[in-house]
Design a binder for this molecule. Structure first.
Ligand code: GLA
Length: 715
């Protein structure tokens, strides 16, 4: 008996010892497990599906690898000390777990180099219900002199599988978010941006990484979806080593950005956000949408304003009379808001085209003699809200601002100025410039308290970058610029917490969760051709909820107005088109579509998205949103370049209750056009719709046609 008790005590002690050496970051379905080694280093022992009995394998790869020690591959952090020693040995000190009142759980693991005293904290914020983890580090210089941070990834994750597949998104102006999928091979694959502002112009910071014998599909496969909350240069490094392990590090791009961390200072890296799914990309997207609406997007659980924008209809050519007539058009359409775009400002150098006036945020009296307040008032009198475009980070050399403050721009000494769209980037790092930019926004609101919306644009990247303000610290340029951008937005949001602001960047050059806590939506692309937009919006839908993806009906593209409207309706609907060219039927159709949209936008914005047929895999795109209670859903089906007599099989729906009956009704039809969908006005069980499916695209239907179905539970 004594022996047995002794054995039990020993076993219990062992379990306790093991427990105190184990740090578990978990969500409802995922687990990221760390172990503290006898040498006090911290190891990732497991990342994947959460197990019910917590019996995780004991594989050990150093969790957050530092350069200069014994790791033979790319480290997550590389530090050089004042004595030239380029290494860091991070040893476990303690960890802390805290439950936050918003449902998230924070785990901080404190590590320290015992010789040099520099400390690194690994932060993990898990959102159990949404299956999302945010991970970042802070680096504290406890040494007597400055240290050089040569690399400072936000997070490192290790994977152990036979094969790895990367789904990445790339593009350029008017061709954003094109999906590419390929197998990773041994060595390093980097996806990064060196563009500073407009950082997503070529590469996006959103990706899927699948482990398994083929890339994950919508409904199957084990993967993570990852994204970085940073509106500047980013870098993802995927390295497959000699043992076929994959090491992923994610963070700010260290390109030209060695950071001098002074004694006593702390460097905090932005959060890498990821969700784990073992049921394909669809679930990963829904996890991110649920998380983003609740935690990451400004007013993510609120509605959005439908609008009429004048950019595509008028460009820079408008006057007071034209604008007030457009208010009538907005009213006719019954949208919520009129958005005045570029071209309303400039006194000495009127903004009549893209070469002048940027930076001079005073109204152009020749175009608008009674000023902005007159426009706000006259729109308000007509029963619509008023919003305005600004691009406050930029300046045209032909402007009063540049004449007054030539030292307020980023430009290299001893080199020619380098323009994109005839403009330069302001040196936001200079606090005086921050005050100026804040004042641009503040003055607009002070002078026009009823101003209801802002479109914040950013039309160039940083090239030839040099901040006169930073002087000898130019390697801080990219990081400090982004921080300054946030500092301004912090001030704006402190004073104006809820005014909707659209993040725009010459189309979709900026779309990230670092910015989205200040913005209600983003402009995904200047390309509003209905067919192109399907791919662009499809790409963003993997990572962002529909209420953040602005989608406007314009005159780009040769498709019918119905097709372009149906495309814009799958996200945050707006108009940017001269409606005086609409036929009677088109106007009536648009009015009905907006009415439908008002009914359905709560489901589109807050429901669950199911992508049912990918435009990358066939000649059509089909997706649906269903509400959380599974009582109402809306389905969008777009025929792309469908061939003559192409046969489209029935589509199995998702997100319904198998036991309920649902009535199918085609909506958004042109006046006097009858539905050609066989199931129109018929009732099916959820089980039928999800297992057998219904026809949503007619054989012989023209290419570039579309169908919108309303799906309503009847019991
Ligand atoms: C950028 C935006 C457009 C429009 C123009 C105005 O290109 O993406 O939507 O606002 O600027 O100059």
């Amino acid at each position: 008996m004594k022996k047995l008790i002794f054995l039990l005590v020993v076993l219990a002690m062992k379990a306790v010892a093991q427990d105190s050496n184990t740090i578990s970051i978990t969500t409802s379905n995922a687990a990221l497990i760390f172990k503290v080694g006898n040498n006090k280093r911290i190891y990732q022992s497991y990342f994947g599906s959460k197990l019910s009995n917590a019996a995780y394998p004991d594989k050990r790869i150093e969790a957050y690898v530092s350069g200069g020690m014994d790791f033979e591959f790319e480290p997550a952090i590389a530090v050089a000390h004042i004595d030239g020693n380029p290494s860091l040995e991070l040893l476990y000190q303690r960890h802390k777990v805290e439950n936050h009142s918003d449902g998230s759980v924070e785990t901080d693991i404190f590590l320290k180099d015992m010789v040099y005293q520099t400390a690194v904290t690994l932060h993990f914020l898990s959102f159990p219900e949404q299956d999302v983890i945010k991970s970042w580090v802070s680096i504290q210089n406890n040494e007597k002199k400055e240290i050089l941070l040569n690399n400072y990834a936000s997070a490192m994750l290790h994977f152990n599988a036979d094969q790895y597949w990367l789904t990445q998104f790339h593009g350029d102006w008017a061709k954003e978010m094109r999906l590419q999928e390929h197998q990773l091979t041994s060595g390093i694959k980097i996806i990064d941006s060196k563009l500073g502002t407009r950082a997503n112009k070529y590469q996006s910071q959103h990706f899927f990484l699948t482990t398994g014998s083929q890339p994950a599909t919508e409904d199957a496969g084990e993967l993570i979806a990852g994204t970085l909350a940073w509106t500047g240069n980013f870098k993802y490094l995927f390295e497959i080593d000699n043992k076929n392990l994959l090491h992923l590090s994610a963070g700010i791009n260290n390109y030209a950005s060695t950071y001098h961390l002074q004694s006593g200072e702390t460097f905090t890296a932005p959060a890498f956000i990821f969700t784990y799914s073992n049921k394909g990309k669809g679930l990963a997207s829904r996890n991110l949408h649920n998380w983003a609406r609740k935690y990451a997007v400004l007013d993510g659980e609120q509605g959005r304003l439908t609008l009429l924008n004048n950019w595509e209809a008028t460009g820079f050519k408008f006057d007071q009379q034209k604008l007030t007539s457009l208010f009538d058009d907005a009213k006719k359409l019954d949208v919520d808001l009129f958005l005045l775009d570029d071209g309303w400002f400039g006194e000495k150098y009127p903004r009549d085209n893209a070469t002048t006036g940027l930076g001079d945020w005073k109204v152009d009296k020749k175009k608008l003699p009674d000023g902005i307040s007159y426009l706000v008032k006259s729109a308000t009198d007509k029963g619509i809200k008023f919003g305005i475009w600004i691009e406050p980070e930029m300046v045209n050399p032909k402007s009063e601002l540049y004449e007054k403050h030539p030292d307020w721009v980023l430009k290299l000494p001893n080199r020619a100025e380098n323009y994109q769209r005839n403009q330069l980037v302001l040196d936001l790092i200079n606090p005086k410039v921050q005050d100026f930019v804040f004042k641009v926004v503040d003055d607009l609101f002070q002078q026009n308290p009823n101003l209801a919306f802002i479109k914040w644009d950013c039309n160039r990247t940083i090239t030839n970058g040099y901040s006169p303000y930073l002087k000898n610290n130019q390697t801080h340029l990219y990081i400090e610029y982004t921080k300054a951008f946030y500092a301004i937005l912090d001030r704006v949001r402190k004073k104006y917490p809820h005014v909707p602001i659209m993040l725009c960047s010459g189309g979709g050059g900026r779309a990230d969760y670092g910015a989205m806590k200040y913005f209600t939506e983003f402009w995904p692309s200047d390309d509003t051709d209905g067919q192109e937009r399907i791919y662009i919006q499809w790409g963003y839908s993997y990572f962002f909820p529909a209420n953040t993806i602005a989608a406007h009906v314009t005159s780009w593209g040769k498709q019918s107005l119905k097709f372009r409207t149906d495309v814009a309706m799958m996200d945050k609907l707006g108009y940017d088109i001269d409606i005086s060219h609409f036929s009677k039927e088109e106007l009536l159709f648009s009015q009905q579509a907006i009415n439908n949209y008002k009914r359905f936008s709560p489901i589109i914005f807050q429901g669950n998205l199911y992508r049912l047929a990918s435009p990358y895999e066939g000649n059509r795109a089909v997706l649906m949103y269903s509400d959380q209670s599974k009582n109402k859903a809306i389905l969008f089906a777009y025929n792309l370049s469908s061939r003559y007599r192409e046969v489209f099989s029935p589509v199995r729906l998702q997100g319904l209750n198998p036991l309920k009956q649902y009535q199918i009704k085609e909506i958004n039809l042109m006046p006097n056009v009858k539905s050609a969908i066989a199931g129109n006005n018929k009732t099916f069980t959820g089980e039928y719709l999800m297992n057998i499916g219904i026809e949503v695209s007619k054989t012989n239907q023209e290419p570039l046609t579309s169908v919108v179905l309303e799906i309503t539970a009847t019991n």
